[in-house]
Write a new protein. Structure first.
Length: 450
């Protein structure tokens, strides 16, 4: 039991990084209204809607290059140095944002913030997937989603009620603590296998209570035929196991970010203003965050009972229904249906249902699948491709949402998200395998068709 306890304690340090991810990605939700108010904004003028959209979406551009460099670096120097680098970049980003007095600095700060969380998001998946015992791997991976949600709740609890600078200092403090904690963590056992460092491997496995897994871990060494990064990339696309894993995780990550979740986070205030909601957007997002957390917590208890696939099916059904309902609300408001004036509370209820559903499966299961699939030598590279595709989707959706919602109407955008969630449902039913209670080796054998 001491090994399981140590795995949980190590994961707790990693989860600080997930809080930073949630805080950083949702930062613009409560910050954008401040940028539109010269009394609260650090900028000397009110930015245009296009400039505001860039502040929100440039984070994704910063996140894209990091994983490709880190994918090589993590196999060459280790997972731990990558986590340290991600923490340092997050510290730098928040220092820049706290000192920003013009758009250029704010853009740069958001790009660096994206680079930091891009590294942390990738290595957290790889690291926890490699240190965890099979019996609790799914639980530890899915809890990442809970702490990401806690980061979202934190920014929506701090941002609306404190200054721009205070809101940024909170994330800076978290990044410093995370970096300090990572310095104390052991290296991943898979990295020691890669380096053929048996003494270090035994020490780490003793800490993790996984000495019985030593022989199984050495079985994956044959996957690391060389440290040739080019060969690893070739195997990512040529081996049947990796091709199938890549198809599954890339598609589900794209559908996850195309579900509309980030548009709601980034433009939360605008959505509730557009809906003429009777509830303050600040209060509404805190309420939504609480229910989102509920969905994540419930999912963590059911993921090893119901399985990843069942959670995804339930989740995508709820997301599709709620996005369709929100689109219908905006359509009735668009055509001037008088009865809609008595339902100003409805957008909040619909979004509560959406986020409960989203965090019950679609928001967290893709992370679990990404951490479980791929052969060991290409896991970081496959995860990088999946996350890159997700971030590009998020960038496009987020950049387009702010402009298109005023051109085509909110109903069209939310019905687009309905279609995306429906496609995610169908993809889950026909393509996603169940990985519950399977070791990483068993999952790879399944993907190979054995």
């Amino acid at each position: 039991m001491s090994g399981i306890r140590n795995q949980i304690l190590i994961s707790a340090c990693i989860y600080l990084g997930q809080i930073i991810i949630g805080y950083t990605t949702s930062w613009t939700g409560p910050i954008i209204p401040k940028l539109r108010d010269l009394d609260q904004s650090p900028l000397p003028y009110i930015p245009t809607e296009s400039e505001i959209s860039l502040i929100a979406s440039l984070m994704y551009i910063g996140a894209i290059p990091g994983p490709y460099i880190i994918g090589w670096f993590s196999n060459y120097k280790g997972r731990k140095p990558c986590l340290i680098l991600g923490g340092v970049l997050s510290v730098m980003a928040n220092v820049i944002l706290s000192l920003s007095e013009n758009l250029a600095m704010m853009y740069f700060g958001r790009i660096i913030a994206g680079a930091g969380i891009g590294i942390v998001a990738l290595i957290n998946l790889v690291y926890i997937g490699e240190i965890a015992s099979t019996s609790i791997r799914g639980f530890l991976l899915i809890v990442m989603g809970i702490f990401t949600t806690l980061g979202t709740i934190l920014i929506f609890s701090v941002g609306p009620f404190f200054s721009y600078h205070t809101s940024t200092y909170v994330c800076l403090t978290l990044a410093i603590i995370f970096t300090a904690c990572v310095l104390l963590l052991p290296e991943s056992p898979i990295f020691h296998v890669l380096k053929d460092d048996e003494d270090s491997l035994v020490k780490v496995l003793q800490i993790l209570g996984r000495l019985d897994d030593k022989d199984n871990l050495y079985k994956v060494k044959k996957e690391f035929k060389s440290t040739n990064t080019k060969m690893d990339w070739i195997e990512l696309f040529t081996l049947k196991i990796n091709r199938r894993a890549l198809f599954i995780v890339v598609t589900i990550n794209i559908l996850q970010h195309g579900s509309g979740v980030m548009a709601v986070f980034f433009f939360s205030a605008s959505i509730f203003e557009l809906a003429s909601s009777s509830i303050s957007s600040n209060v509404a997002m805190i309420i939504i965050g609480g229910f989102e957390l509920l969905g994540s917590v419930v999912a963590s208890f059911f993921i090893e009972r119901l399985g990843r696939r069942t959670l995804l099916i339930i989740s995508t059904v709820l997301c599709a229904i709620s996005m369709f309902s929100l689109g219908l609300y905006f359509y009735l408001d668009y055509i001037g249906e008088t009865g809609i004036n008595n339902l100003k509370w409805l957008p909040l209820v619909i979004l509560i249902v959406f986020f409960i559903g989203y965090d019950f499966g679609l928001g967290i299961v893709p992370n679990v699948l990404t951490g479980e699939m791929f052969t060991s030598n290409v896991r970081s590279k496959g995860s990088a491709v999946a996350l890159t595709c997700a971030w590009l989707t998020g960038f496009l959706v987020t950049t387009a949402f702010g402009s298109l919602v005023e051109v085509v109407g909110g109903h069209v955008m939310f019905w687009f998200f309905t279609c995306t969630c429906t496609v995610a449902l169908l993809f889950t039913i026909f393509f996603i395998p169940e990985t519950k209670a399977k070791s990483l080796l068993e999952i790879q054998q399944y993907l190979a068709g054995k």
